[in-house]
Ligand binder design. Structure first.
Ligand code: FAD
Length: 282
């Protein structure tokens, strides 16, 4: 297989979040331009659970669509109801969106009304019910298990519910231990889950931020990485260099062993994502 065919037969994508300031919007436009040159399959845009970024997500996705690229909005159902989800889906259909990332969302602290949907599988069922096959639906997967899950087996069963509800593919929470992903995908196969499960990759650029995220979402930072990052804390060039090396090696191992693509959490920065990408044999 030549390198181009190798790239196009797998799914490569980048994730953004809707910026809060005009400067942030400008900076994201630059990031999008730089990363568009790498010809990813799609750019996804996150959604603040509870609807806090509804407008921002829509505007960012609309811009992506207007440039002739593929935007994939995240939609979370926490605090939502059937009418509000239907309205969002109609808005996305109207601008030509073909792919969604369907999530329950993190429960915002203090949220009293959790809305009409309890879990992502109910959202996927509803999207299929009212829009048929209009969208390719992505869901979230957790090789190191969702922090609320009572045990790995139950988490796997819950993941399977989303697939059976109509998900076409999945993107994982980030992780740094390839065996966690391989074990997870083997277990999925064993229970008859055959959709592509694309690893989510979080480039390492800031130790404190990464440690904070990881505590919340349950992603493990292995000790050998943590110790080095602690050592580099104020030496940003060394930290970034090490971070790119770790992520590139992780991506190469995953692809070598059959991962169906990569989804890079860019945090709206292009340099780490581009550097990892260009070091890979794509
Ligand atoms: P679910 O699949 O509903 O799972 C949530 C928990 O409930 C799990 O513990 C699961 O085991 C359990 N569960 C699931 N179904 C059932 C059921 N039927 N009965 C009983 N228990 C069940 N968050 C945002 O707020 N905005 C975003 O844009 C966003 N983007 C993300 C993108 C990716 C690729 C990933 C991996 C995560 C993203 N998140 C985002 C975080 C995500 O919303 C949280 O991890 C959230 O806590 C769970 O969402 P989910 O869709 O995986 O939920």
């Amino acid at each position: 297989m030549n390198s181009r065919a190798q790239k196009t037969s797998r799914l490569f994508s980048f994730e953004f979040f809707p910026p809060k300031t005009p400067d942030g919007v400008e900076s994201l436009r630059r990031t999008r331009t730089e990363l568009a040159r790498l010809e990813p399959e799609f750019f996804s845009v996150t959604f603040g659970a509870g609807g806090s970024t509804r407008e921002g997500t829509f505007e960012m996705v609309k811009e992506i669509q207007q440039l002739g690229l593929n935007g994939a909005p995240h939609i979370s159902c926490i605090g939502a109801n059937r009418d509000s989800i239907r309205e969002m889906l109609d808005d996305y259909l109207a601008i030509g969106v073909k792919r969604l990332v369907a999530l329950r969302g993190d429960i915002p602290s203090g949220l009293v009304d959790r809305g009409e949907f309890r879990y992502a599988n109910e959202l996927v069922t509803f999207i299929r019910e009212i829009t048929g096959d209009a969208f390719h639906i992505e869901v979230a997967a957790y090789p190191e298990f969702h922090p609320e899950a009572p045990n790995p087996q139950i988490d796997l069963e819950n993941f399977k519910r989303k697939v059976e509800a109509g998900a076409d593919s999945a993107i994982t929470q980030y992780f740094y231990t390839p065996d966690a992903y391989f074990r997870f995908t083997e277990e999925c196969e064993a229970v008859g889950i055959t959709i592509p499960i694309v690893p989510g990759i979080m480039p390492i650029t800031n130790y404190r931020q990464l440690a904070r995220f990881s505590d919340t979402c349950g992603a493990d930072i292995p000790r050998w990485i943590r110790k080095r990052l602690e050592q580099y804390q104020d030496d940003l060039p060394s930290l970034r260099q090490f971070g790119v090396e770790v992520s590139t090696r992780l991506c190469a191992t995953l692809l070598e062993h059959g991962a169906p693509g990569l989804h890079i959490y860019t945090l709206n920065r292009y340099r780490p994502a581009r550097e990892i990408w260009t070091r890979l044999p794509l």
